[in-house]
Design a protein around this ligand. Structure first.
Ligand code: ATP
Ligand code: MG
Length: 357
């Protein structure tokens, strides 16, 4: 018998095109693991509504979904191996979120720094924080546990959410005395949180401090030129700080020429290199890294209907998994509603309340 592969779930909110932070935080692991795991990659449009429910943002979802799928394909996610699906197309997402909402406390969710950060980034203060934003990790638990995933490759900001998912899974299994869900493990990327080009906050789609995977050569050069470095170093002959300096964090992450990077660091520390040279070599390295990604992106973009086809097929595959999982959930809980629903839909003959199990 063929041993079943373990499963991965992870994904992104369709709030814009993906950037270098997504790559080092999560996508690199996805590409590397897609042969050894069954992978489910979610485009989490319902999560976008937690901070951006306004019509003007909803109107942008389609374009963003299209771009995120293209970004996936561009970095090497293979739709023949991995499932790429759209969250809002799966009714079971909504169902499981409601059930999970009863298995975690409000104070536990309210204390999470990640939710506070998201609220702050979206200009939402405590007085008006939506129920859905507090429930962000509950919806995420539904994402992860619907395909009964074992592993979740994400950036550091999502680590606490995977912990909540484990708590919910454990609570469910215990309450209903059945091992319906695995306890998923988190896998943090090689760079847990990539800092933005502003040197102030994590690189984020919403903060304007990102280098996009789809940026062209000139844009990369320009973004790198305006990058934050050591602010105390007003001249090239002043010794500079390498640790925590965004240009060197990026060199470490994207420049495979270790000798060049070490030489630059050494000369920076001793005041023997200008920012211009450090940045010129950095944009060259990033552009080399992005070149094949751009080429693949363009190749997929030139085939009309391709993105939609991939999304239809992936969502179809996820839908089957979601139904399987919810069957197990309701069975373990012994709820009658789902049996009643089957009768109404003509998929079962009879419905009895007492003793109907
Ligand atoms: P938004 O600003 O819309 O929240 P985002 O850039 O924070 O966008 P998300 O969709 O929230 O992106 O995150 C998707 C995945 O990418 C998550 O696993 C997250 O941890 C990871 N990620 C996002 N930004 C970074 C970053 N700067 N460094 C490392 N990982 C990141
Ligand atoms: Mg985010």
């Amino acid at each position: 018998m063929v041993k079943q592969k373990k499963r991965i779930l992870t994904g992104d909110r369709p709030t814009g095109k993906l950037h270098l932070g997504h790559y080092v935080g999560s996508m690199k692991n996805r590409v590397a693991l897609q042969d050894s795991y069954d992978c489910y990659f979610i485009i989490a449009d319902l999560h976008t509504l937690t901070t951006k429910p306004e019509k003007q943002y909803v109107d942008q979802l389609d374009e963003n979904i299209y771009n995120v799928v293209l970004d996936y394909l561009a970095v090497g996610i293979d739709p023949d191996k991995s499932v790429i699906f759209l969250q809002s197309a799966i009714p079971e997402e909504y169902e499981l979120t409601l059930i999970f909402g009863d298995l975690v406390s409000l104070p536990r969710l309210s204390r999470l720094p990640s939710i506070k950060d998201m609220a702050r980034a979206a200009n939402i203060n405590d007085e008006i924080v939506p129920f859905g934003l507090i429930g962000y990790p509950v919806l995420q638990a539904a994402d992860i546990l619907l395909p009964r995933a074992h592993l979740v490759p994400v950036g550091k900001d999502n680590e606490a959410h995977v912990e909540i998912t484990r708590e919910i899974a454990r609570r469910f299994n215990r309450l209903y005395e059945k091992e319906v869900f695995p306890l998923p493990e988190v896998m943090i990327g090689e760079v847990p949180t990539l800092i933005g080009t502003d040197g102030q906050a994590k690189m984020s789609k919403s903060l304007g401090n990102a280098i996009l995977l789809s940026d062209d050569k000139k844009t990369v050069e320009q973004r790198v030129r305006s990058m934050y470095t050591d602010p105390n170093r007003v001249r090239a002959d002043i010794p500079g700080r390498v640790d925590g300096n965004p240009v060197f964090i990026y060199h470490d992450a994207f420049n495979p020429d270790v000798d060049e990077v070490n030489d630059l660091k050494e000369r920076y520390r001793t005041g023997n290199v200008g920012d211009v040279e450090v940045k010129r070599k950095l944009s060259r390295a990033i552009n080399r890294f992005l070149e094949p990604i751009r080429e693949r992106r363009a190749a997929f973009a030139s085939k009309p209907g391709m993105v939609e086809e991939i999304l239809i097929e992936g969502t179809r595959r996820m839908q089957a998994e979601a139904e399987e999982t919810m069957g197990r959930v309701y069975e373990a809980m012994g709820m009658s509603g789902p049996r009643l629903r089957k009768v109404i839909q003509g998929r079962a003959e009879s419905f009895r309340l007492l003793g109907g199990r």
